[in-house]
Design a binder for this molecule. Structure first.
Ligand SMILES: Cc1cc2nc3c(=O)[nH]c(=O)nc-3n(C[C@H](O)[C@H](O)[C@H](O)COP(=O)(O)O)c2cc1C
Length: 306
């Protein structure tokens, strides 16, 4: 790994600013290991729930020309089995791990937080923003600044791990939500989760492509939305942001940095460019630094705040 990409996130050294976002790989030790070996600086678990979930019936993912639509339905092995995979990962590597958790109320978030605090995780991410479980759980918690405040505050009070709040793009005022999370004690923000939900139609079968009908959009088509929301948020809060949404190339990663991101998630691009995408983007970032005479990523200027 190139020394110039080494940086820190919330005081923890990372070999690259690239982050594997939640849910992109399966929740196994080997899934996280292969991302680490291919250049990710931080890896994130799938969002774990208290009990295992089988998720939605397939098809759960569909590709279209601008990106992907997914309605996984939060399939995961449950917090206990998920953390066993994290333990195995941490025994093999010092690469920082974010454990993402999902719940629908403060009590369950607190229970999940206790599990994660007793694990080898480096950071705890609160998924407040899953867009494809409407039928079961209703509108994501990240749509309400009061709910965001209540949950982040409760978890922060009990957690010794840094807290990352994962925000939804599907809100009227991203800055209201981000400020709520910051005021409640979030150490960082992760944004954006998938956009929508949206829908694709199989015209031969005259039915939606996804079994769940609706799903969240990811990949290149959401990058402009992500950049705008990250930039607005960076202009408003002081805590660091893991920026993600359609990052597929080194130039996309640089755009995220200029918009205000401190670390950059690379998710759907794994499906386009293979697991080597982390190393490829690391190299493209270095090429950008060389071509533009920046000694490190920290020297790349951010946009003037709004
Ligand atoms: C198949 C799939 C599963 C996902 N699962 C989760 C998840 O479990 N928890 C979560 O917070 N985000 C989840 N996401 C959202 C991603 O972490 C990320 O925020 C989003 O895809 C935008 O980044 P990208 O365009 O680089 O993929 C998922 C995305 C995809 C495509």
């Amino acid at each position: 790994m190139h020394k110039r990409l080494k940086t820190k996130f919330l005081g923890v050294e990372i070999k690259s600013p690239l982050v594997l976002p939640a849910g992109i790989m399966d929740m196994s030790f080997s899934g996280l290991k292969v991302c680490n070996e291919n250049g990710a600086g931080i890896v994130t678990s799938k969002s774990l729930t208290l009990e295992p979930r089988s998720g939605h019936k397939g098809p759960v993912v569909a590709e279209f020309e601008g990106g992907f639509l997914n309605a996984m339905g939060l399939c995961n092995p449950g917090i206990a089995d998920g953390l066993a995979e994290i333990k195995e990962f941490k025994e093999y590597s010092a690469t920082p791990v974010i454990v993402s958790v999902f719940a629908t109320n403060t009590d369950d978030f607190l229970k999940l937080s206790e599990y994660v605090n007793n694990s080898k995780a480096d950071f705890l991410e609160l998924n407040l923003s899953c867009p494809n479980v409407y039928d079961e759980f209703g509108i994501p918690l990240a749509s309400s600044k009061n709910k965001v405040f209540e949950i982040v505050k409760a978890v922060k009070t009990k957690s010794k791990l840094p807290i990352i709040a994962k925000l939804s793009p599907n809100v009227l005022s991203i800055t209201d939500i981000a400020v709520s999370a910051e005021n409640a004690g979030a150490d960082a923000l992760c944004m954006i989760n998938t956009v929508g939900p949206g829908m694709l139609i199989d015209t031969k079968m005259v039915k939606p492509v996804l079994f769940n009908k609706f799903g969240g959009l990811s990949g290149p088509c959401i990058k402009p939305v992500a950049l705008k929301l990250i930039y607005q948020t960076y202009s408003t809060v002081k805590i660091p942001i893991i920026g993600m949404g359609g990052v597929t190339s080194g130039n996309d990663a640089i755009e995220m940095v200029m918009a205000g991101a401190s670390a950059i998630g690379v998710g759907t691009a794994v499906y386009y460019r293979g697991i080597e995408v982390f190393d490829k983007i690391n190299k493209e970032i270095i090429d950008f630094l060389d071509e533009n005479d920046y000694t490190s990523l920290e020297n790349v200027p951010k946009l003037e705040k709004l």
